[in-house]
Design a protein around this ligand. Structure first.
Ligand SMILES: Nc1ncnc2c1ncn2[C@@H]1O[C@H](COP(=O)(O)OP(=O)(O)OP(=O)(O)O)[C@@H](O)[C@H]1O
Ligand SMILES: [Zn+2]
Length: 714
């Protein structure tokens, strides 16, 4: 229908009166938009009951059977359907505006031949000077219509035909002129605006749906829900499967946090006695030590919802957003109570308000204030516990840590050997291993990875499994772990980096110098491996030592470490005419150590027991010490380094043959283990200082007796 009459198609205003559909579309429009809005509400605003609701819906649907068509409510609830409402609407509108076509529309030519010249026309109405409706004497059709270009031309034609037919003036066909405006002509001016608004809405909804988590994060949320908290809710039944047993190695922290668990589980016990329960605790410690994990486990043990949010998520460029998000977070928490809120990286908002070179930041301060207000605002009876994680407990605002807010401070340190062992046991469980996990195996891995955090260990276990899979191994073996550990410590092996024979020789003598120093210095850490295979970023060779879990380091230890670090360059000097750039990193270490000894550790007799450390965060207005002191510091740092250099040179000159042996072996094999070193040089003349190393890594025969114990060599 809408194809007939090309003029009609080009002139939408002709579609007028026949456009009877609006009453039918209107209710549809209202309903679909309201259902659309409901969906938007669900997605934009954080709705804790969303999950259960969905389940209910599903259950209902299941009961009633799958035929959506027979269930109008279900049909309208079906969000997929609403996706189509807008495009559908536009198409309908366009179709209607173009197609309100006349059933009996024709060209003027047809009209002339078929009706006019046969004298069948009773009356003619010219509508809007562009369309003609003719009433006929016949019943079928009774009315016909056609478009005209201009009224004058049409009148002239009409007159001419009637002249030709000889119709007298008083019997001629009466022509009336009318103006008819359709509803559409009122609507049309608004159509572009409507399309624009609808289109924007539709687009925004589509974009929002593509948001990674369905809630928060979508572009629409950025506009509409900016003040909403981005807290992530972990559903109690499904998500929080973490229990205290999954958090290994931080027993003291677990014990401390246990109090919150009992409180959340049996608040009555405390309330009965009138006791006030701490509202929150700060969990502090280096990255990856399991702060988040511990908080989650607390929720898991207490069986309460867990709301997790990062401090940086409160920080937006718009003023007032942070505070509004804090408010939203707490109002959500109140609805979910009893529950645990975990704010990771609280230093992002909780930084001391005076600190920082730029002074206080208003927006951050407002956010922090809101947090303080909220924490003051909830009562013990609200049963909310706020835990916060940070790597920098020292820079937190004092207001945060005062009683009544985060009044517990639980610090989690990097795990010691026993802690690492326990964490390995947790992360080895899911792997398919060669042997069942023994105490010895976990201990060996723990001994190999001093300084690793829980996250490093988890990463290492996964890396080992990946390496095993790459080799198509059936099970994950110890060698895979060893390779994974090396990779985590020193970076990827880069066999593709080909060194020239000269370069290789230099690297071999350099590394041999380090290794010999380490072997014959009493306080050097046990050596595990020397290698001249390039690794990671720029390292051409490396030696792997195993420092123990030490909390105090002696001055002699410091000195020995410096001598070891200088061993590479000194060996180059002794064995070649020229020196290379390979020792840059070693010098950096040496200088750092020397500076620390002089400036912070009071290890210089001349300067005495003063710390010269400056607070780099605050702008320096005046000099903290005199020119003479500056000079003295300079001289002392130089002296310490020079002394280490001299000792190193003496040692390596004495052991030149040993350096040669190790370097040659390195050139031949590229990698030397501790056993190779023993074969070449005899056992190390000192007992190893690292207990973990002795316990888990030394072969049993070496563990009992140290034949050369006490022998002097250096
Ligand atoms: N004590 C532990 N026991 C078992 N696994 C641990 C332990 N500590 C860390 N992990 C592992 O490391 C991962 C990262 O830990 P988590 O995210 O809790 O560290 P975090 O201290 O919160 O780090 P960040 O300070 O970077 O936020 C955990 O998912 C877990 O797999
Ligand atoms: Zn070096």
């Amino acid at each position: 229908m809408f194809l007939r009459g090309s003029i009609a198609r080009l002139r939408p205003e002709l579609a007028k009166v026949r456009f009877q559909q609006p009453p039918r579309i209107a209710p549809l429009l209202v309903r679909s938009f309201s259902s659309g809005q409901q969906t938007r509400f669900k997605q934009t605003f954080f709705n804790p009951n969303e999950e259960p609701d969905k389940n209910k819906d599903n259950k209902k649907r299941k009961k009633k059977g799958p035929d959506l068509g027979n269930q109008p409510q279900d049909f309208f609830k079906n969000t997929k359907w609403t996706n189509w409402i807008f495009p559908g609407l536009v198409i309908t509108l366009l179709l209607n505006s173009y197609s309100g076509a006349e059933n009996n529309q024709m060209t003027f030519q047809d009209f002339k031949v078929n009706f006019l010249e046969k004298g069948l026309v009773k009356r003619i109405t010219v509508i809007n000077s562009s369309f003609v409706e003719a009433e006929l004497v016949t019943q079928h059709p009774r009315i016909v219509g056609f478009t005209i270009g201009s009224v004058e031309f049409f009148e002239k034609e009409l007159d001419e035909i009637q002249d030709k037919l000889g119709i007298p003036n008083n019997e001629r066909i009466p022509v009336s002129y009318i103006r008819r405006s359709s509803i559409l002509s009122y609507i049309m001016p608004f159509v572009p605006t409507l399309i624009l608004i609808g289109g924007t809405y539709y687009l925004a909804r589509q974009l929002q749906k593509r948001a990674p988590n369905g809630k928060g994060g979508g572009p629409l949320n950025n506009i509409m829900g900016i003040g909403k908290s981005k807290a992530k809710l972990f559903n109690q039944e499904t998500d929080i499967t973490v229990k205290f047993k999954d958090v290994a190695g931080c027993d003291e922290a677990k014990e401390e946090i246990m109090e919150f668990v009992t409180f959340l589980k049996e608040p009555k016990k405390y309330e009965k006695l009138g006791a006030k329960i701490p509202k929150g605790a700060i969990l502090s410690g280096p990255p990856g030590t399991g702060k988040t994990l511990l908080a989650k486990a607390t929720a898991g043990e207490a069986g309460v919802p867990f709301l997790s949010v990062s401090g940086s998520e409160f920080v937006e460029m718009y003023v007032g957003v942070g505070a509004s998000r804090v408010r939203d977070l707490f109002s959500t928490a109140r609805k979910l109570a009893p529950c645990i809120i975990f704010v990771d990286e609280i230093d992002a908002i909780g930084k001391s308000r005076e600190s920082g070179p730029m002074g206080a930041n208003d927006e951050k301060e407002a956010t922090l204030n809101q947090l303080l207000v909220e924490m003051d605002g909830f009562e013990d009876t609200d049963h909310i516990v706020v835990l916060a994680g940070t790597n920098r407990a020292d820079i937190l605002d004092k207001a945060l840590t005062r009683p009544g807010r985060f009044d517990r401070h639980i610090s989690i340190d990097r795990p010691d050997i026993e802690g690492r062992k326990a964490i390995y046991k947790v992360h080895l469980k899911p792997l398919k291993l060669e042997h069942p996990v023994t105490d010895e195996f976990a201990g060996r891995l723990a001994a190999l990875t001093p300084g690793f955090s829980g996250a490093d260990i988890s990463n290492c276990c996964n890396e080992a499994a990946l390496i095993a899979a790459r080799e198509d191994a059936e099970v994950v073996k110890l060698v895979h772990f060893e390779r994974a550990i090396e990779r985590v410590i020193a970076g990827l092996e880069r066999k593709s980096r080909v060194l020239s024979p000269e370069e290789k020789k230099t690297v071999a003598y350099h590394e041999a110098g380090h290794a010999i120093c380490g072997w014959y210095l009493q306080y050097a850490d046990p050596l595990l491996k020397v290698s001249i295979i390039p690794r990671g970023q720029g390292a051409l060779g490396y030696a792997q030592y195993l420092p123990g879990d030490e909390y105090l380091i002696s001055q002699e230890q410091f000195e020995h470490r410096m001598i070891m670090a200088l061993g590479g360059r000194v060996s180059e000097e002794l064995n070649f005419d020229d020196i290379t750039t390979g020792a840059a990193d070693d010098f950096k270490k040496v200088t750092q150590m020397a500076n620390m000894m002089i400036l912070r550790l009071g290890m210089s007799k001349k300067l005495g027991t003063i710390t010269f450390e400056t607070n780099s965060q605050q702008p320096q207005v005046h000099k903290l010490f005199s020119e003479e002191t500056f000079e003295l510091i300079d001289n002392e740092v130089k002296r310490v380094i020079n002394e280490a250099y001299e000792k190193c040179r003496n040692l390596l000159t004495e052991k030149l043959d040993e350096v040669e042996k190790v370097a040659q072996e390195l050139l031949a094999k590229e990698v030397l283990t501790r056993d190779d070193m023993i074969r070449l040089l005899g056992p190390r003349p000192f007992e190893e200082k690292n207990d973990a190393f002795k316990k888990y890594l030394l072969p049993p025969n070496e563990q009992q007796n140290h034949p050369e114990e006490g022998a002097q060599a250096a």
